[in-house]
Each structure stands twice: as C-alpha cells, then as structure tokens.
Design a binder for this molecule. Structure first.
Ligand SMILES: [Zn+2]
Length: 312
C-alpha cells in the first residue's frame, strides 16, 4: 500500500496530537464563565480502569525561563522518577531562598473528562455550537480539586460520582471572592444522584479516552537536566535534530537557537484564572533527611560555581 502525501500529512498531524501534547480545543474553558454563572458537568471514568484516582490524572509541570521565554517542562515525578528540577526547588527552600524555591516548584493540575450537561458560555462563532452534550476535558486547579476532595471526605456521595447509573452532576460556579473570582464557594456536586440518559451514555461511550494520553511524554532525565542547566545559567538551549543520539546540544557561541523544546499548547491552559495561589508555601518533603541536606548543598554549590564561571 502506498500512501498519498495527504494521508501521510494526516498521519503526522494525528501523531502530533497524540501523547497528550495538544488537544487545547477539547478543554472546557470554564475560566470564561462570568461571575455568578455556572456550568453543569458529569465527570466520566478514565478508560484506563487501573487508574487509582478513577476519573482524574495528576499533571505536574515546571516552568523554566529558557532563551528568554517561559517553557513548560514535565516534572519527572509524574513518571515516578527522581526529578532534577524538584531537587533544585527543594534545595532553594532548604537554603531559605523562597523566591527561587517557588520559581522551580512543580505546579499541579488534575485532568478529568466529562460530559457538559449545561453550558452557559456563548456558542462558538464559527460552528455556532456550545459544549453542551459533548465530552470535554477539565484542567482542575487547587480550588476545584479541593471541592471534590471535600465531597469525598464529607460523605455526601453514595456512589462514585462518575458512575453512569448513580453518579452525581457537578456544578462549576464562578463567584466573587474578595478581589478575585474563584470557584471554591459555589462549586459542588448536586445533592441528588442521576442516571445518564441514553444519548448521554452513547456520547460518553464514544468519546471517553485513557486520561494518561493527555499527559506529556517523559522527556527523559538527560533532556530535562539540560533544560534546567540552561534555565539556571541563563544560557541558550537548543534542541537539534542531529545525528547525535542525544539529539540536543547547547548553543555556545550565541548562535541563533534552532528550535525550542516542548511547546505543548495545553500546558498553558489557565485553570483557575485570576485566582490567587494558595498562600502557604509548598511543603518541602524531607527527601531523605540528612542525606538530602548534603545533596541540597551540593546542588546549590554547583549552581553557584556555574554562575561564577559564566561571569568570568
Ligand atoms: Zn519535578
């Protein structure tokens, strides 16, 4: 079988869309709700029935300043590996440098999928359609995740909320909280369970996916460390398609970087826009106590010596 160019293009495009790097249009943009408005959704289970969270996956990302731009980089903890960026963040916190600790700290979102039951957002200008009746993804930040968590703790649910038979619709409501708008006050599961309609069931069955496919692929420790080094030293970083097995190299003599690293558009999905971050500074886990203290010291020393070298 020979492929036409169009078929090949389509296959590449499809490939690009897999691995979780971009489905930005399939996220329900609840951050566009007006204050006082609410959307009603019904979370659906992960197609991967081995997911211990049932209907959510955790997405952990770092932000690095590279080549004068903010770049998202997956946190390796997502893949149960040691993460060099987390280590740097913890090292800064240990050294009482909260600003840098926070800068390198991982950002957590939970991603869910669900049917949009009621959508107050204006219809799309081109398609004239709303999200109603469709399966969408939800990038849940701290506030909405907490609402869900508290519902479990409060014992108000009699079944898993994403059950098609006895689950609960979820209200996402934006309200004014002080100077900002937020979701913590009005959002909740509906008190009464509801069985999905036949139409809803068939939409759900057709469109449900394995949520892990929404997560970025593991970039590997080597690549991530190179990005981190570039961010720490303020040097350029380029990802080169060369014949070298590593596939990247540093841009030493100030030549123009060829391409950038990792441009998942959906990493930039605002989740809870205009929402102040929780005030508490993230708790730094004691990663091995004394051992970690020594490691933290070593990390910071190597950062400092690199900075010094650069200044010379
Ligand atoms: Zn990390």
């Amino acid at each position: 079988m020979s492929l036409s160019l169009d078929q090949l293009k389509a296959a590449f495009k499809k490939n690009e869309n897999e691995g979780g790097t971009n489905r930005p249009n399939n996220y329900y943009p609840f951050w566009n709700l007006q204050e006082g408005q609410q959307a009603i959704v019904r979370f659906l289970p992960d197609k991967n029935t081995n997911n211990p969270l049932g209907f959510l996956v955790e997405k952990l990302m770092h932000t690095l300043d590279i080549n004068g731009e903010k770049k998202s980089a997956p946190c390796l903890r997502m893949y149960n590996e040691d993460c060099p960026i987390c280590k740097v963040s913890s090292a800064y916190y240990k050294a009482e440098d909260k600003a840098n600790g926070k800068k390198y700290w991982r950002k957590k979102q939970h991603i869910a999928q669900g049917l949009v039951v009621e959508d107050p957002l204006p219809a799309d200008e081109n398609t004239k359609e709303t999200h109603e009746g469709k399966v969408r993804f939800f990038a849940l930040g701290y506030q909405l995740f907490n609402v869900i968590k508290e519902a479990f703790e409060g014992g108000e649910l009699e079944d898993v909320p994403y059950s098609q038979d006895g689950g609960y619709d979820f209200i996402i409501k934006k309200t004014k909280q002080g100077d900002y708008a937020g979701y913590a006050v009005g959002s909740r599961f509906r008190a009464k369970a509801r069985e999905l309609t036949k139409t809803e069931r068939s939409a759900a069955d057709d469109q449900m996916i394995d949520l892990a496919t929404l997560l970025p692929q593991n970039p590997g420790e080597e690549k991530l460390s190179a990005m981190l080094t570039a961010a720490l030293n303020g040097t350029a970083y380029e990802e080169k398609q060369s014949d070298k097995p590593t596939g990247f190299s540093f841009n030493k003599k100030g030549s123009k970087p060829v391409s950038v690293v990792h441009t998942d558009e959906d990493d930039n999905i605002p989740e809870e826009v205009a929402t102040p971050a929780p005030k508490a500074t993230p708790k730094v886990e004691a990663e091995g106590g004394q051992e970690f203290d020594a490691e933290a010291k070593q990390i910071l020393e190597s950062i400092r010596s690199r900075m010094k070298k650069k200044a010379e």
